[in-house]
Design a protein around this ligand. Structure first.
Ligand code: ADP
Ligand code: MG
Length: 249
């Protein structure tokens, strides 16, 4: 995925002010920055949950097509939007499991109803993914019966069941107690070791340092500094990044 010169405003509030981001296939890009710096907005613009007003988004060499240049633009090709969204699965801070469905049903829902895949094949894949994230025995449980860490692992299995080309994580461990964060961290590390393409927004600097190939530090809607994790965490160049790190680490 490649993003060039992305701008996003809400009314007079300029949230993204010319952001560039490259996430090569098989790489993990970590997005760090203070609350309100635009991290979630950037992720949501990537998969067109939010419509940016300016800038280019290219996925696997295919640029998103827009109706017009400038502020009122919309994606021009609905089939492209659908394809792009199913190829970029998102995992949210608050898990967002459907409470009226079992864990297995949650994981199977989108591949069966959106991708119209064969339910028996999807079920086999879903069960294997639940086992992979360590909750194979929870397939028939309801979300409310699971701990936060288990719910988040179910949400990751649900994202993986779409067989996406990339995963977008928005603070996947922030809503969890410290001891439950580690079970989710382990799953994310396993995915990184498999060379999944991921963009990871996180407050967890250790996680960012451990799994990412590249780190972007966002400040007030701009990339203030970026580089490999060694450089970002051990030899930050800007005062803003140094201040941010000393406040969070
Ligand atoms: P982060 O994820 O880095 O904490 P966000 O992308 O959520 O930051 O928010 C960046 C800024 O955009 C904040 O000032 C936030 O209040 C504002 N913002 C986010 N979403 C909306 C929205 N739907 N409407 C208006 N303002 C928004
Ligand atoms: Mg956010």
């Amino acid at each position: 995925m490649r993003i060039r010169g992305l701008h996003k405003s809400y009314g007079a509030l300029q949230v993204l002010r010319g952001v560039d981001l490259s996430a090569p296939r098989g790489h993990v890009v970590a997005l760090i920055g203070s609350s309100g710096s635009g991290k979630s907005t950037l992720l949501r613009c990537c998969n067109l949950l939010e419509i940016s007003q300016q800038g280019e988004i290219t996925i696997e060499g295919e640029p998103v097509r827009w109706t017009s240049a400038g502020p009122g633009r919309q994606p021009a090709d609905r089939a492209q939007v659908r394809r792009l969204r199913t190829n970029l699965a998102m995992v949210f801070q608050q898990f967002n499991l459907w409470s009226h469905m079992t864990i297995l049903q949650n994981v199977m829902e989108a591949p069966v109803t959106v991708l119209r895949q064969n339910p028996a094949a999807v079920e086999a894949r879903a069960r294997a993914l639940l086992a992979k994230v360590g909750i194979g025995d929870k397939a028939d449980a309801w979300p409310a019966q699971l701990s936060g860490g288990q719910q988040q692992r179910a949400a990751i299995a649900r994202a993986l069941c779409m067989e996406p080309r990339a995963l977008l994580f928005d603070e996947p461990t922030s809503a969890l107690d410290p001891e439950l964060q580690q079970e989710v961290v382990k799953v994310i590390k396993d995915l990184a070791a498999e060379h999944r393409t991921m963009i990871l927004v996180t407050h967890d600097m250790r996680l960012a340092a451990d799994v990412s190939d590249h780190v972007l530090f966002l400040h007030q809607g701009r990339v203030e500094e970026e580089g490999p994790p060694d450089q970002i965490f051990r030899a930050p160049r800007t005062d803003r990044l140094r201040q941010f790190l000393s406040a969070t680490m």
